[in-house]
Structure formats: C-alpha cells, structure tokens
Write a protein that binds this ligand. Structure first.
Ligand SMILES: [Cu+2]
Length: 114
C-alpha cells in the first residue's frame, strides 16, 4: 500500500511539473498569418514568462525591434517593430524563463504582403 501511495505522489509531482511551464498561447501577428502591416509584436503566455531575448528576422536579415516590456515576468510581452518592413517572410525567435524557472524558447512566422 505504501508503495502505491509513493507511486501516486511521484506521478502527481511529475504532472504538476509538466503543467508548471509557462507556454506561449498566442502571438501578434498570429503564427502563419499574412498581414498588410505590423503595428506591434506581442507574445501572450499562460503564466508569467521572463522574456530574455527576442529577435525579428525578415527577408533582408535581422531587424531592430524595441522592447516595451522589460525583464520582469509577464503574461503579455510587447515590442515595437521597425517602421519599414519590406514584403516577405518574417520569423520571431524568443527565449525566456518560465515561471517554474525552466528555460523556454519558441518562434513563429508571418508574412508581410506586397
Ligand atoms: Cu518547467
């Protein structure tokens, strides 16, 4: 009996750890979207994420983006893209620390229409 309880406790602990990662739920622009213009880059997380790095790569290489969100953990991260973004394919890559302290990373793509 004691072993069964210990196994249950271990299984519960693992399930909790798996759920504790913050995840990117949604982005602006949406992943895979084709947009006319990009006003803002946003990442929304299910739990606070400390975004430590973010990069925007376009058809001509990496572009400068301006963080509006600092290094505090947030559920909504915002950055401003450059004013002129030529038509083409873009990728946003980010890295961060989840609320449970685990390093996380993600990326999404979008297209700026002609
Ligand atoms: Cu975790």
């Amino acid at each position: 009996m004691k072993q069964i309880i210990l196994a249950l406790v271990a299984a519960l602990a693992m399930a909790t750890a798996a759920l504790a990662h913050s995840k990117a739920e949604d982005t602006t622009p949406a992943g895979g979207a084709t947009v006319e213009a990009v006003e803002v880059i946003e990442l929304r997380f299910d739990d606070p994420m400390r975004v430590t790095a973010i990069a925007l790569t376009g058809p001509d290489g990496e572009l400068d983006i301006t963080r509006e969100t600092g290094l505090d953990p947030v559920t909504e991260f915002r950055a401003m893209p450059p004013e002129d973004m030529p038509a083409g394919a873009y990728t946003v890559d980010w890295r961060g620390l989840s609320s449970d302290g685990h390093p996380m990373q993600g990326s999404f793509d979008f297209t700026v229409a002609d």
